[in-house]
Write a new protein. Structure first.
Length: 99
């Protein structure tokens, strides 16, 4: 999936997205890649929870999608509102959400 599909970057993370076929109901499957050297476990889990919640708040308008988010170090210090707006902006640019 990382080599195929659509890509988009923001200041907080990189996103890789692949549209799945065959599902009737719109859905989104999320993966978050965080290497151990990114931060201590508590910080990694906080970033992972925030990204998951930002994606859960809004489901795609159409289609089924696999999304992998790769946080950048700036994501550690970002406010939750900034993360949510960044996630929505990137997924809108890729086509998961309609404008």
């Amino acid at each position: 999936m990382l080599s195929s599909g659509k890509r988009a970057d923001s200041r907080l993370f990189a996103a890789r997205v692949l549209q799945r076929g065959g599902d009737d109901q719109p859905s989104l499957r999320l993966g978050v890649l965080l290497p151990r050297h990114f931060a201590k476990a508590v910080k990694r889990n906080l970033v992972r929870r925030r990204l998951r919640e930002a994606c859960r708040r809004r489901q795609p308008d159409r289609g089924s999608w696999d999304v992998v988010l790769i946080p950048k170090p700036a994501c550690l210090e970002a406010e939750y509102g900034a993360i949510v707006s960044c996630v929505e902006d990137v997924l809108r640019r890729i086509g998961v959400y309609s404008a």
